[in-house]
Write a protein that binds this ligand. Structure first.
Ligand code: ZN
Ligand code: ZN
Length: 523
């Protein structure tokens, strides 16, 4: 199994913390799952392991850093005992059960990422992982195009699955090291002022360049945000991050330093409401208050859907008198994914016999598929697949082969999967409110005991709507009495009549469709 990620919820999934893939196919085939092999340590590739391991006990293969990052969630879930971690080195080739897997270095926005080559009886299947072709990476570890070329000429690559994230973008993604150049200049131009830089906690090369710019401008570095502290510690221990002794200081000790010697690296570059940066922007961070003259660098680009939250944080930071530098004003961020020029390069080096675009929105995969065809992959050997689609590679080539369950589970804290119905209800409640009516009936007499009680939240402002609520009570009473006069005695049936009558009145009078909750009590 290659990677096991999570998605983050869309704004139209109220109360959902994360979105998991449906594991039912894997559970049913548990005896056939020999291992999970990781391309890299991002949460959309490793975050689901903490849930998968509840049902399956499998070893996990990956680079030391990928495994270290993946363990964060697994340990938090108390499942570390159920996993065996197997560290693999760059270019290592491993026999894993019936599979023969080769781990090929690629550059991405987290160090130690791999493309995976599966040597199978049907030939080589290459999965690019998330990648870009950075020719000047911060750690000098480039995407191993030479090895991919050798695989293509020695064995031939029968199938390539390629990262489609930036398939709509022409040209080449700039090197990560260009961010370091901008960062150094920004740091020198901000002399005498405190600097706070927010970036992804797993982006160790970004952290490295911030640390280097800090040292270059005579500053000490403190981390803020739990995952930032944890990941910096992990990366230092693994030798992936190089911080000389005496540079790192505790965030609680920075007040003893002059402003011009302070650099804080923080989480929250996506405007997440409870993150260190958001709390700083609203003056609620106990560790650090943003003051007039501070410089805040947001070294990330908002993931689609997060633009609004990031915009609000930038606005609040201005309100506190900070100067804010972001990817819209300075080149303080580059993507970790390949653009069209790089995707074409990989296609021309790998020369795959067939191609499946992966990783991206549907439109990105459509663009990547047409790019592959333009690079000479035969049209009938390019398959555009969706979650759950099964494909088969055999002597005749690549073709579709049915599907397996591939839906989503919506995880809400400890409640677990909340399902589509609950989400639909939450949306209705959020957008339209709720009207509840309690009707007490005497089934023997076939009459109501007292008038119906109506309560509402989020529908109409109650004091102004007393007449409306009175009318609603009468309409429900009439409908339930009429139903009983027709012989209805079942409380479910009476509920249905109450709901229908109330729903119609609410719709007619307010042109709204709040959730209607009728309750019939029997005496
Ligand atoms: Zn990634
Ligand atoms: Zn990814």
């Amino acid at each position: 199994m290659l990677d096991c990620g999570i998605m983050f919820p869309d704004p139209d999934m109220p109360g959902v913390d994360l979105v998991l893939p449906d594991f039912s196919y894997l559970k049913e085939n548990a005896d056939r799952v020999v291992a999970v092999v990781l391309t890299h340590g991002h949460e959309d590739h490793t975050g689901g392991l903490a849930f998968l391991l509840r049902d399956l006990e499998v070893p996990i293969y990956g680079s030391a850093l990928s495994l270290g990052l993946a363990r964060n969630r697994i340990d938090e879930a108390g499942l570390s005992g159920r996993a065996e971690y197997v560290v693999v080195a760059d270019n290592e080739r491993r026999r894993i059960g019936p599979c023969d897997v080769e781990f090929i270095p690629v550059t991405h926005s987290v160090p130690s990422a791999f493309a995976l080559a599966f040597h199978t009886p049907q030939g080589v299947i290459l999965h690019s992982g998330d990648f870009k072709l950075d020719l000047e990476p911060v750690d000098g570890r480039r995407t191993d195009l030479a090895r991919i070329g050798a695989l293509a000429s020695e064995h031939g690559i029968r199938l390539l699955l390629g990262d489609s994230t930036n398939a709509e973008e022409p040209g080449f993604t700039p090197s990560e090291s260009t961010v370091g150049t901008t960062m150094r200049r920004v740091f020198l131009e901000s002399s005498g002022r405190r600097i706070v830089v927010a970036c992804f906690a797993s982006h160790i090369h970004r952290v490295q360049q911030v640390v280097d710019a800090a040292i270059h401008s005579g500053r000490k570095v403190a981390t803020l945000g739990r995952s930032m502290g944890k990941n910096v510690e992990l990366a230092k221990r693994l030798g992936v991050l190089n911080v000389p002794d005496g540079v790192l200081v505790d965030i609680d000790d920075i007040d003893s330093l002059p402003d011009g010697q302070i650099c804080v690296i923080s989480t929250g570059s996506q405007g997440e409401p409870m993150s260190a940066l958001s709390l700083m922007a609203t003056g609620n961070n106990k560790r650090l208050q943003i003051e007039q003259g501070d410089v805040v660098v947001i070294s990330a680009h908002p993931i689609p859907g997060n633009e609004w939250s990031v915009g609000r944080v930038i606005d609040e930071l201005h309100r506190r008198g900070a100067e804010v530098i972001h990817s819209g004003s300075e080149k303080v961020h580059v993507s970790g994914h390949a653009r069209q020029g790089e995707l074409r390069t990989l296609l021309s080096v790998a020369r795959p016999e067939s191609f499946i675009p992966v990783h991206g929105e549907y439109r990105h995969m459509v663009h990547h598929a047409s790019l592959a065809r333009s690079m000479g992959v035969p049209a009938d050997s390019v398959l555009l697949c969706e979650d759950g689609d099964a494909v088969r590679l055999d002597e005749r080539g690549l073709h579709r082969d049915g599907s397996v369950p591939g839906g989503y589970l919506y995880v809400d804290g400890t409640v677990g999967d909340v399902g589509h119905g609950v989400l639909r209800d939450r949306k209705a409640l959020a957008e339209e409110g709720v009207v509840m009516v309690v009707v007490t009936v005497d089934l023997h007499k076939g009459t109501l005991s007292g008038s119906p009680q109506i309560a509402t939240k989020g529908w109409v402002h109650a004091p102004e709507a007393e007449a409306l609520l009175d009318e609603a009570g009468k309409v429900v009473a009439h409908a339930v009495e009429a139903a009983m006069a027709d012989g209805a005695r079942d409380s479910e049936v009476l509920c249905r009549h109450a709901r229908k009558a109330l729903g119609k009145l609410v719709g007619d009078r307010t042109h709204r469709r709040p959730m209607i909750v009728p309750i019939v009590m029997v005496v």
